[in-house]
Design a protein around this ligand. Structure first.
Ligand code: CP3
Length: 347
C-alpha cells in the first residue's frame, strides 16, 4: 500500500489511530438519492451498468464530488460475482436481486464454480483503476456479500423478509447448506482479493440478512465460514469492515469473525457497541437513515447526540444502513459538513 493510502482518515480511523477529524461516508451514497445517478441509470439494467467501467466509475465518483465524503464505495452489487460465474440473476428496480433458477439441491452446487475475477469480471478491476486515478487522495472501499446473505438470495430466489427457505435448508440439510456457504466464501475472497489488487483501500463485507438467525445458529452454521473469509483476506493489509442490519443480538458473535471494524445499525447505541465489543475493534455508523428526511434541526440534534455517544478513537461516521432513495441529497452534504465541523473542534 502506498504512503498516501496509509495516511487517509478512513484507514487510520478503521485502525483506531488518532485522526484530525472523523471520516464520514454513507452506505448507498451512490444511487437513487442522486438525480445525476437517476439520469445515467435510465434505461440501463443495473447489472449491465456494473459491467460498464466508465459508468461504474462515474457513479462511484458522483457522491464524492457532490458531498465531499471521505471515502467512495465502489458502485456494484453483492450479486455481481454470481452473475460473473454464470448465475442468471437480475436486479429488479424496487425489488432487488431475482435469481431465475433458485438453489434447491445438491445438484445446484455444480452451478457455483469458483470465481476467476480476471476472466469473469475484468470490468471491475478496470473500473477500480479508473476510479482510483480520479479520486486522488480519497480512498475507495470495495465490498462483497457475506456467504449467508448471498446464500439467502440464491435459495429464496428473491429478497425475502425472514429468509424462511434458507433457514429451513440450513436446518434440514446442514451439510449442503455448509457447502453452499463455503463456495460463496471462496467467491467473496476471490472478488475481494482482486478488488484490493486493483486499488481499493478498505473492504466491507455485507451480511445484511444474518440478523434473521439466532445467535446459536449463527455461531454454529455461519461464523466458522465468515471467520475463514476474513482470515483469507487478512494478508492484504487493508482494513476489513463487517456489517449486518437488525443484528444487535449477534454483535459479539459477528465480531468474532475477525474484522477490523464492525458496522452498527441505528438500533444499537455506539456506546453500547463499544461496551460489548471492547476497544479492539473500530465502529462504523450509525445515524438512523430517516434522520436526513426529518429536516435540518433534527439532523443537527441527532448528529450531535450520536457523536457525543460515539467513541473518540476508532469511529467512522455513517448511516445505520443505506441512504433511502427519497433522501434530499442536500441534507447529506449538510451532514458531511456537520460531522467535519463538530469533530474537528474536539481534536
Ligand atoms: O452506494 C453504494 O453503497 C455502492 C453500491 C451498492 C449497491 N448495492 C448498489 C445498488 C452496494 C454496496 C450494494 C450492496 C447490496 N446489494 C446489499 C448490501 C447492503 C444492504 O443494503 O444491506 C444488498 C442486500 C444488495 C442487494 C440489492 N441490490 C438490493 C436489496 C437492492 C435494492 C432494490 C431496490 O431497488 O430498492 C439492490 C439494487 C441496487 N444496488 C441499487 C443500487 C444503487 C438500486 C438500483 C436501481 O434501481 O437503480
Amino acid at each position: 500500500m502506498s504512503q498516501a493510502a496509509e495516511a487517509t482518515l478512513l484507514v487510520r480511523a478503521l485502525r483506531r489511530e488518532p485522526v484530525e477529524r472523523k471520516p464520514v461516508w454513507f452506505m448507498r451514497q451512490a444511487g437513487r438519492s442522486l438525480p445525476e445517478y437517476r439520469e445515467l441509470r435510465e434505461g440501463a439494467p443495473m447489472l449491465e451498468m456494473c459491467r460498464t467501467p466508465d459508468l461504474c466509475a462515474e457513479v462511484t465518483l458522483q457522491p464524492v464530488r457532490r458531498h465531499g465524503v471521505d471515502a467512495a464505495i465502489f458502485f456494484s452489487d453483492i450479486v455481481t460475482p454470481l452473475e460473473g460465474i454464470g448465475i442468471d440473476v437480475e436486479i429488479q428496480s424496487g425489488v432487488g436481486p431475482v435469481i431465475a433458477e433458485p438453489f434447491r439441491s445438491e445438484a445446484d452446487l455444480a452451478r457455483l464454480r469458483p470465481l476467476e475475477p480476471d476472466a469473469d469480471l475484468p470490468e471491475i478491476a478496470e473500473a477500480i483503476r479508473i476510479v482510483t486515478a480520479e479520486l486522488g487522495d480519497t480512498p475507495l472501499i470495495g465490498f462483497a456479500g457475506a456467504p449467508f446473505t448471498l446464500a439467502s438470495y440464491l435459495v429464496e430466489g428473491r429478497p425475502s423478509k425472514s429468509q424462511e427457505m434458507a433457514r429451513t435448508m440450513l436446518l434440514e440439510e446442514p451439510g449442503l447448506f455448509r457447502n453452499l456457504l463455503e463456495r460463496l466464501a471462496d467467491i467473496a475472497v476471490a472478488s475481494l482479493r482482486s478488488q484490493v489488487e486493483a486499488g481499493v483501500q478498505a473492504v466491507q463485507v455485507f451480511d445484511s440478512w444474518a440478523g434473521s438467525l439466532s445467535e446459536a445458529t449463527y455461531r454454529e452454521a455461519v461464523l466458522p465460514v465468515s471467520q475463514r473469509l476474513f482470515a483469507e483476506i487478512e494478508d492484504l493489509g487493508v482494513p476489513r469492515i463487517h456489517f449486518a442490519v437488525n443484528a444487535g443480538h449477534l454483535m459479539e458473535a459477528m465480531a468474532e469473525a475477525g474484522s477490523d471494524a464492525m458496522g452498527v445499525d441505528w438500533r444499537t447505541p455506539l456506546s453500547e457497541a463499544r461496551r460489548r465489543l471492547g476497544e479492539g475493534v473500530a465502529l462504523q455508523g450509525n445515524l438512523d437513515p430517516t434522520v436526513p428526511l426529518a429536516g435540518p434541526e433534527v439532523l443537527e440534534r441527532e448528529t450531535r447526540n450520536l457523536l457525543a455517544d460515539a467513541p473518540e478513537r476508532g469511529h467512522v461516521f455513517n448511516l445505520g444502513h443505506g441512504v433511502l432513495p427519497s433522501t434530499d441529497p442536500g441534507m447529506l452534504t449538510e451532514l458531511v459538513g456537520l460531522v467535519h465541523e463538530i469533530t474537528e473542534k474536539r481534536n
